[in-house]
Design a protein around this ligand. Structure first.
Ligand SMILES: *Cc1c(COP(=O)(O)O)cnc(C)c1O
Length: 395
């Protein structure tokens, strides 16, 4: 049994995106040996001549069920493509990846001070230590198990969420670095404004991170760049980068990129009913769309329980028979209604593209950036909210 609304996940596109990012980083790290695609802002980093530094490694971010794409298949595919490490939000997500067969190191981004830590050790996950209380909790748990636990240290350089404050390290780091059962593997920070061109907090954070690094064992690896930061400034590539959104073929707005990315997810359904509206009649909850002339309404079995936002009523579209048709009336829990008046012969069974392509013309594509812009949110939210009852089909 399979519902008519399905998400198709193109694992070949995902792996191709990984390789395209890899190639972009290789070109940026060794610009002399390449043509085309000029790298972003360059400057010397620790290690001397920037032309000589190795390209950074990649931590593939697969938190939140791989941004709604399904972390099990996506995690394995990214490991196969060559990711050095995977990263997810919490221990529970890490365990899902291990059960799926991922063998590479898995970094847990989230704070662990109130978590059940057993999974860290049983599933060989790498914690982020971002608070003194997490440090004590992991140290105590490691002592009980008589092991030494490798970790990544997070520095708060201006996001002011998680991480040791950059301006208080002299007081907070000695206890952490002196913990006998904890081994520092890497140091990282996270940018608050990488996707806001010209925002000065980005440079402030970079400089604060570099000051923090000067106080820490130089053998620790360093990482800072999410998708937006890696597009924006090669000075923050350091030893490893941490793209998420780019892997899924989406460039964080408002940025543009020359990396040849392919969309990974499409969401399609089928028309289940066609209904005539007479002038003066309305459709849906709240009677918010009223026909002024005869209208043909097509009913599509996907609603807000599937992740379609209520605000799509204003300006949202789907593709049917290669044409863009507007969503009209309220988005319901399990259905949307679209104005199919201009579609000759629209009938139950017609394919409906909610995200993706139906034809090769530019207007025959609806991508997650467009949907996000229509409803005033970020593309991340669109893909993460694709509902649990939507089957992911992998190709
Ligand atoms: C989500 C996340 C990323 C990836 O962000 P994108 O914008 O999707 O590239 C990187 N680092 C951390 C700490 C994150 O939480």
């Amino acid at each position: 049994m399979i519902r008519s609304t399905v998400a198709r996940i193109d694992l070949a596109a995902l792996q191709s995106n990984f390789r395209a990012i890899r190639a972009f980083l290789d070109r940026g790290a060794n610009p002399s040996g390449s043509r085309g695609g000029s790298p972003p802002h360059r400057a010397s980093v620790r290690g001397g001549d920037p032309a000589e530094r190795p390209a950074p490694q990649i931590i593939a971010v697969v938190k939140a069920n791989a941004y709604g794409h399904g972390s099990e298949r996506v995690g394995v595919a990214l490991e196969q493509a060559g990711a050095t490490m995977l990263a997810c939000a919490d221990i529970e997500e890490g365990i899902v990846l291990r059960h799926a067969g991922v063998t590479r190191p898995i970094l847990i981004f989230g704070a662990l001070s109130v978590s059940d830590l057993d999974g860290l050790f049983e599933y060989n996950l790498t914690p982020t230590i971002s608070t003194p209380s997490a440090a004590r909790a992991v140290q105590a748990a490691a002592v009980r198990r008589r092991i030494v636990c490798g970790y990544h240290l997070k520095i708060d350089t201006g996001m002011h969420r998680l991480g040791f404050r950059h301006d208080n390290l002299r007081r907070t780091l000695p206890e952490l670095l002196g913990s006998p059962n904890l081994r520092l593997e890497a140091v990282y920070t996270h940018f608050a404004t990488a996707d806001i061109p010209g925002h000065r907090l980005f440079d402030d954070q970079r400089l604060r991170f570099e000051e923090a690094l000067a106080q820490i064992d130089p053998r620790a690896q360093r990482h800072a760049a999410n998708s937006a930061a890696l597009l924006r400034d090669s000075r923050v590539w350091y030893d490893i980068v941490r793209p998420g959104l780019l892997l899924y073929g989406v460039v964080p707005p408002p940025l543009a990129s020359t990396i040849p990315l392919q969309p990974v997810m499409s969401l399609t359904s089928r028309v289940v009913a066609v209904k005539g509206l007479r002038p003066g009649e309305s459709v849906g909850y709240g009677a918010r769309f009223t026909a002024t002339e005869p209208r043909t309404i097509a009913v599509v079995p996907a609603g807000y329980a599937d992740g379609l936002d209520l605000r799509l009523e204003q300006g949202g579209h789907v593709l049917i028979r290669g044409r863009r048709v507007p969503i009209v009336g309220a988005v319901s829990m399990d259905m949307i209604t679209v104005d199919a008046t201009d579609l000759e012969g629209v009938a139950p069974g017609d394919e409906v593209v909610i995200i993706g392509r139906q034809g090769s013309e530019p207007w025959q594509q609806i991508d997650v950036r467009e949907i996000a812009a229509t409803i005033g949110t970020v593309p991340y939210e669109i893909v993460c909210r694709i509902g649990a009852r939507i089957e992911r089909q992998y190709t």
